[in-house]
Design a protein around this ligand. Structure first.
Ligand SMILES: [Fe+2]
Ligand SMILES: [Fe+2]
Length: 204
């Protein structure tokens, strides 16, 4: 299991398309917007984990493992909120999440329960992986030491969540099937990234 996880880990920042380097500079000059967007990403992560628990109460491992992640993601939301406040910035309105909406389009509509379940887990794994990659970019690209450390903590945390969703998928579904579908998701995601405008007011 550990080997498999580390195999995926190598892939994580090897998402097929690395973030456009211009993005970090754009994000830095729109700090209020990027923090607002980040806050809602954390809120949505918490809400999504709650939805999974509500949807699959019979999957004991999933419930046990995701329950503390809800707390953690909500903790992240609060950290970002505190950061806004400290800087006298305001939490703005939630925007339409084009990246996530495009990913949702790729989810299997018909298919078996298992296929739909797998896609749910993989979409979350993917969002965690891309968020992790973006936080890594911010952490490495910002000249401000404080912000650099701030984002590094999120990067580490989201990397762990990414592994957890993959691990959950492999707990309930055959590994070969998980791997095959994961490759399809990675390819699709790189297309999505290519098509999205590079904007500094959003995490993805
Ligand atoms: Fe988070
Ligand atoms: Fe997360």
């Amino acid at each position: 299991m550990m080997e498999l996880v580390s195999d995926y880990q190598k892939n994580i920042l090897g998402l097929q398309l690395p973030t456009d380097p211009r993005w970090v500079d754009l994000a830095h000059i729109s700090l209020e917007e990027i923090l607002t967007d980040h806050a809602y990403c954390e809120q949505k992560a918490a809400t999504s984990c709650i939805s999974l628990i509500q949807r699959y109460p019979d999957k004991e491992k999933l419930v046990t493992e995701l329950a503390p992640i809800v707390t953690e993601e909500w903790g992240h939301f609060r950290l970002v909120l505190a950061e806004l406040k400290k800087r006298n910035l305001k939490l703005g309105k939630q925007r339409k999440d084009e990246y996530v909406n495009k990913l949702i389009n790729f989810q299997k509509k018909g298919g078996s329960d298992e296929e739909r379940f797998l896609d749910k887990l993989l979409i979350f794994a993917l969002i965690e992986a891309r968020s992790c990659e973006r936080f890594k970019r911010l952490s490495e690209g910002l000249k401000d030491n404080y912000l650099s450390n701030f984002y590094r903590r999120f990067m580490e945390s989201e990397a762990g969540h990414y592994s957890l969703f993959i691990d959950l998928a492999e707990t309930y579904i055959e590994k070969n099937i998980v791997r095959m579908r994961w490759q399809q998701w990675l390819e699709y995601e790189s297309q999505v990234m290519k098509e999205l405008e590079v904007r500094g007011d959003r995490i993805h």
